[in-house]
Write a protein that binds this ligand. Structure first.
Ligand code: HEM
Length: 360
């Protein structure tokens, strides 16, 4: 990261703080009897997607294209979410989230201009999905429709990143065409969901399932899982994430548009917690050094937060599908503890990394 941009690293603890606020709001929404300002109850979605992922993904992309204006996306995402969540200026907050989406789209247009590649276009569609979600949220579309577009932001961004990273095992033209066709169906399903939520949800489920199966077949993780150390850990994180992407796709396809409740919870969080956080756990040891210049010293202890994430999510989803809210509640609580354990293990790993660098 360029010296002049290091001041934007302050956005990382802000994003982590917003993630923990959103997780707390999610737990209270599940029924845990803890104190929470009323307005935050319904802001769980925008705070975690805009405040955490919008900021972190915006920061990663701004560092990648090394243009100062690009840091406008993570800065606006963080400030916008703070204004929305605190209730200080919710309207200005949502407008800043829209501005963040516009800047992130511009970042991908510049990146595509520099290197016209399908993976950049797919990640650009992810950014456009986030912008559309903020616009739909502003015009008062039901949050269950907006939630599908938030899902599009994260699924398309990650799928694009995996296509970019598959250059070590490049898919042939036919396979790439299948991938892009699936992305096309995915975007179409999002558009349909605005007016036909149930049909859009089911088609989105089918496209999600297709993307999951494509990633299973083509991701280099299928090869690197046989290696050792950090390489194997990353592959384990990716492949276990594809299990949840598959489950999320199936739940959307089979149950369609739910709008609220236990099945809705399972549909969303199989993807948001199972797939997205597995990707975060797998990529963090690579992305954090690129963002902060700090080495992350790998240790097999990383498997503890990954295993806890999957075990607790299996409990949560079982609670959802068997209509056992208390089981769901405990699963959800341990979802959050898995994320906290990830943060603690990563801080430890950075500390070890620093000692290692100092000793060298
Ligand atoms: C880690 C712990 C989490 C907990 C305890 C949690 C809890 C919840 C609950 C209880 C709901 C309402 C479902 C219902 O209608 O019954 C919900 C909705 C939602 N969650 Fe989470 N969630 C978590 C993580 C996440 C993550 C990581 C994301 C995004 C990346 C996310 C995004 C959403 C969205 C978009 C909605 C729908 C918005 C809404 O209906 O208000 N959640 N969550």
């Amino acid at each position: 990261m360029r010296q002049g941009s290091r001041r934007y690293l302050v956005l990382i603890p802000v994003a982590l703080g917003l993630l923990l606020v959103a997780a707390w709001a999610g737990l209270v929404r599940m029924g845990w009897p803890w104190p929470l300002p009323g307005r935050l109850m319904l802001l769980h979605g925008p705070v975690v997607v805009g405040g955490f992922f919008g900021t972190v993904i915006g920061l990663e992309r701004a560092v990648a294209i090394t243009r100062t204006w690009a840091f406008g996306a993570p800065a606006a995402a963080a400030l916008g979410t703070l204004l929305l969540a605190s209730g200080l200026a919710p309207l200005l907050g949502v407008r800043l989230l829209i501005a963040a989406g516009i800047v992130l789209c511009a970042v991908y247009v510049v990146a595509y201009g520099r290197q016209p590649a399908p993976f950049t276009a797919v990640m650009g569609l992810g950014a456009a999905s986030w912008l559309a979600a903020s616009l739909l949220y502003t015009i008062g579309k039901p949050v269950f429709v907006v939630a599908l577009w938030w899902m599009g932001f994260l699924v398309l961004t990650i799928a694009g990143e995996r296509l970019e990273l598959s250059r070590m095992r490049p898919p042939n033209r036919h396979r790439q065409a299948v991938f892009l066709a699936l992305v096309g169906v995915y975007v179409l399903a999002l558009l349909v969901s605005i007016t036909a939520y149930d049909a859009g949800s089911r088609v989105l489920g089918a496209a999600t399932l297709g993307l999951a199966l494509w990633l299973w077949q083509n991701d280099i993780a299928m090869v690197t899982i046989r290696q050792r150390g950090l390489t194997r850990f990353i592959a384990a994180g990716l492949l276990s994430g594809y299990v949840w992407l598959t489950a999320g796709g199936l739940l959307l396809l089979v149950h369609g548009g739910q709008g609220a409740g236990l099945i809705y919870d399972a549909q969303l969080h199989a993807v948001f917690v199972g797939f997205v956080f597995s990707m975060i756990f797998a990529h963090a040891p690579i992305i954090l050094p690129a963002l902060s210049g700090r080495a992350v010293d790998y240790s097999p202890v990383f498997y503890t937060h990954l295993a806890l994430l999957h075990a607790s999510l299996a409990v949560r989803i079982a609670g959802d599908l068997l209509a056992l809210p208390s089981v769901r509640g405990w699963g959800g609580l341990f979802n959050v503890l898995a994320i906290v354990l990830f943060l603690l293990n990563t801080i430890q790993a950075v500390r070890r990394g620093r000692k290692g660098t100092a000793a060298a």
